[in-house]
Design a protein around this ligand. Sequence first.
Ligand code: KG4
Ligand code: ZN
Length: 341
Amino acid sequence: MKDTYIFSIETSCDETSCSIIKNGNTDVATVTATQIDIHKKFGGVVPEIASRNHTKVITMVFEECLKKANMSFNDIDAIAVTYGPGLNGALLVGIEAAKALSFSTGKPLIPVNHMAGHIYANKFSGEFKFPLLALVVSGGHTEIIYMDREYSFKKVGGTLDDSVGEAYDKVARVIGIPYPGGPLMDKMAQVGNHSYDLPIPKDDNTYDFSFSGIKSAVINLVHNEKQRGRIINKEDLATSFQETVIGILVKKTKRAIKEYGVKQLLVAGGVSANSGLRKELEKACKELDVELLKPEIRYCTDNAAMIGAAGYYAYKRGDRAGFELNPEPGLDLDKEGVYSE
Ligand code: KG4
Ligand code: ZN
């Protein structure tokens, strides 16, 4: 069978990324320009600055990717681009670039949901076995998704307020860790002790999450300790926070695995790089005799390779966008499929 090559573009937040992906599971080339150092001084992503920087580097990222793969657009079957969810102006840069490429090369334009991309980052780790559940934990999302076939997404539960990534970044900020705080909090959590008593977030019989309560509890605790002139043990606080948050994520995921009788659990999104979460999910899946697929660390946070992997399946089932394609900042995974024929 002829190989299929997808040229994919991801600009939904602060990474300008481009990939060439073969048959949905082979990363031929990926080039990512990160803006983390630019946004660090502001303590988070500044949307206007993100868009401007995407515009500045996107053409160079494309050129570098083609060069790395030693390919030209003649070798490409389709152009896939993230059209949501994400920052409007940031998405717009990638979408307009994708439209221009599609127009000039005559290759089809494939719209890809960023969260589908996170789930499909697991294609570089192994085959999907349906039915499966995906625990999607990123800077913007915390969701449990059910899939009974390729590229079909049903939301089982989600966060009612903050995402896990957001809670990590905000807690990190209050204890003086620069953006994005998640990775460093994770390192600190590995050496601390669970000595702070934090409230367990939304421990009920739903599959929904809520992390704003624990975030506020940590912020209040830090302020109170400061007022009393006491020093916070940052490592201990990181461990206490991480174990509490992972505890509820794993507890609800385990219950969903049992209820939905799935063959596999996928973990996806930036927070899936978390060492504690990976370890606890491994333990849970072993106990329940369910296979666990985890993305390679380089595919956990935003990248275009995952968009190329998802884009391959979107292309195969006939999803096509016209030149009227626009960013959809609040796009839901449940709404996937509007572009299929
Ligand atoms: O998926 P992602 O790159 O962007 C969104 O789509 O939102 O996720 C970024 C989030 C940030 O909040 C970052 O702090 C978090 O993922 N993150 C982590 C770790 N690595 C990245 N959180 C906890 N532990 C980590 N090791
Ligand atoms: Zn993401």
